[in-house]
Ligand binder design. Structure first.
Ligand code: ATP
Length: 363
């Protein structure tokens, strides 16, 4: 069942389009991430859904009801902002109870709900602590408890983890996701961090200049991006300009020819957006395999030299200089213990992992 539906939602500030004809259906109980670079319209779109911003045109409907002109305080959505906006002079319990107080929920029902939420966010002993004496992660949990206190049907999160350091941020991503799944609450989260979106989302909405560039499950988008913009934004990738000549091969920047699967050639000749244009080869680093000797000289084996190694213990990335371009290959230190900077190497690009995508258009 689809709960939230956006139809042709557009927001213009003066002459500039912050959000440009966005159509979207958010399924019930799912966590959807709006992902994209700074200024692509994520926050504006979230604010329109929240009712904090009025769309220039288009409609927002929830559970079949048109909300386009309904003010924020009548939408019944929970929201957590980047700043968290907790009340510093109040205790944890008072903060969590705040939306219940506004709704004039009876005092004992408020207390029971607050106790339940404190258990849920694993801060049962902190009810009377002032906000100023909480850590960043604890504040984060209180902000979420406050947002869900009155059991909203939709939870909106605007970069809620951006103030946290990297380690805590990763832990909170898992915590929020598990909580969201336990409660089954439909959630939309804005982030510009693709790893965060991949960790948490059922579906990612990739935005580019106010428009939706692609919507899909995280791994589908990662494996089958529709454009260079999306490929580049989601995960690490080798993106190389290539030339097609109508045969079963494509030419790399150095002139070397490699085989790609027929379906990929078809995509490349029509362009993924349906028009003939410049084409790029996308191959993810984990799909590039390295070997020290040529071995079986397949058509997709390229000679190169190891230019740099980023070994962080759990994973290893090697930059390989080939004639006319560089490639990144990802592996683990355990798999490639003998890799050294400067050594000659052979990189294999399996045909099935070579994707052809439309090149980014000039703006
Ligand atoms: P960030 O990740 O930096 O928060 P974002 O993707 O959330 O960016 P928005 O904040 O939605 O982007 O902004 C989209 C565009 O609309 C930007 O070009 C921004 O400058 C513009 N914009 C946003 N709010 C206003 C406003 N109140 N008045 C004029 N322009 C605005």
């Amino acid at each position: 069942m689809t709960h939230l539906t956006l139809q042709a939602v557009t927001k213009r500030f003066h002459t500039a389009y912050a959000v440009d004809h966005v159509d979207l259906a958010v399924p019930d109980g799912k966590l959807v991430c709006f992902l994209g670079p700074s200024g692509c319209g994520k926050t504006t779109l979230l604010r329109i859904i929240a009712g904090l911003e009025t769309a220039t045109s288009g409609t927002v409907a929830f559970a079949g009801r048109d909300l386009t002109r309904v003010p924020a305080n009548q939408r019944d959505f929970g929201m957590v902002f980047q700043s968290l906006a907790l009340f510093p002079h109040m205790t944890v319990a008072q903060n969590i109870a705040y939306p219940l107080r506004l709704r004039r929920v009876a005092k004992d029902a408020q207390a029971a709900r607050v106790a339940e939420l404190l258990e849920l966010i694993q801060l049962p002993h902190m009810a009377d602590r002032p906000i100023s004496r909480l850590s960043g992660g604890q504040r984060q949990r209180v902000a979420i408890a406050r947002a869900i206190a009155s059991s909203p049907k939709l939870l909106l999160l605007d970069e809620p983890l951006s103030a946290l350091d990297a380690k805590l941020r990763e832990a909170m991503q898992v915590e929020i996701r598990l909580l969201q799944q336990r409660l089954g609450i439909t959630t939309i989260m804005v982030t510009h961090d693709q790893r965060e979106a991949m960790t948490m989302a059922d579906e990612i909405v990739v935005m580019e200049k106010g428009r939706i560039a692609q919507v899909g499950k995280p791994l589908d988008i990662y494996r089958n991006p529709v454009s260079e913009f999306v490929a580049d934004f989601i995960g690490l990738g080798n993106i190389l300009p290539v030339t097609l000549d109508g045969t079963d091969r494509i030419a790399l920047p150095g002139g070397q020819q490699i085989l790609v699967d027929a379906v990929q050639r078809a995509t490349g000749t029509t362009g993924t957006t349906g028009t003939t244009g410049d084409v790029r080869l996308l191959i993810r680093p984990e799909d590039v395999s390295m070997r020290a000797v040529m071995g079986n000289p397949g058509p997709n084996v390229l000679a190169g030299k190891v230019a740099f190694i980023r070994d962080v213990g759990s994973s290893l990335e090697a930059t390989i200089e080939c004639a006319g371009f560089t490639l990144t290959a990802a592996t683990t230190p355990r798999e490639t213990p003998d890799l050294r900077v400067g050594m000659p190497i052979f990189a294999e690009l399996p045909p099935h992992a070579c994707k052809l995508i439309a090149a980014r258009t000039a703006h």
